[in-house]
Design a protein around this ligand. Structure first.
Ligand SMILES: Nc1ncnc2c1ncn2[C@@H]1O[C@H](COP(=O)(O)OP(=O)(O)O)[C@@H](O)[C@H]1O
Ligand SMILES: [Mg+2]
Length: 147
């Protein structure tokens, strides 16, 4: 089977994390709040810059970058989502679920639960696929739960 992919954009070596977020991340947040499912998927050989682009350089806490210039797509997406929620009508309640998994050598690892190193991808009765566990945030009441 032949797949066709359209080419949209290539970033230069001097591109900033902000420019990449503006082109790749911000439209995803807009799409999500219009009801679309959206994914930012980084693919490439080891050392090509996936983690740097998605997370940013390592911060004081391993894997967490809060440098305003250097932070990557994921912290910027999270901020954009919560900014949108914070500015929305107070009568709207949002449910936010977070899963954080890594696929490496065809194995799925739950990064929120380091003991789960080889997770199955399961499908629920509605046919949507899931993996690992979810962290659930109910905003604005600020309830945090994990199931
Ligand atoms: N845009 C960039 N600017 C500066 N350093 C970068 C950039 N992209 C990657 N690096 C550095 O290159 C190295 C490999 O990048 P990394 O994100 O770990 O690759 P991958 O996750 O694809 O294996 C890391 O030391 C990272 O800090
Ligand atoms: Mg990496």
């Amino acid at each position: 089977m032949r797949h066709l992919f359209s080419f949209d954009f290539i970033f230069g070596v001097d591109s900033s994390q902000q420019q990449i977020f503006d082109a790749v991340g911000a439209p995803v947040v807009d799409a999500v709040f219009q009801g679309y499912n959206a994914t930012v998927f980084a693919y490439g050989q080891t050392g090509s810059g996936k983690t740097f682009t998605m997370m940013g350089p390592p911060g004081l806490v391993a894997g967490f970058c809060d440098d305003p210039q250097m932070k990557g797509i994921i912290p910027r997406l999270v901020e954009a989502v919560f900014r949108f929620v914070g500015q929305a009508d107070r009568n709207i309640e949002f449910g936010i679920k977070v899963a954080f998994v890594e696929i490496y050598l065809e194995r799925v690892r739950d990064l929120l639960d380091p003991e789960k190193v080889n997770l199955e991808i399961h499908e629920d009765r509605q046919g949507s696929r899931g993996v690992g566990r979810w962290l659930c945030l109910s905003v604005p009441r600020g309830r945090l739960c994990a199931d």
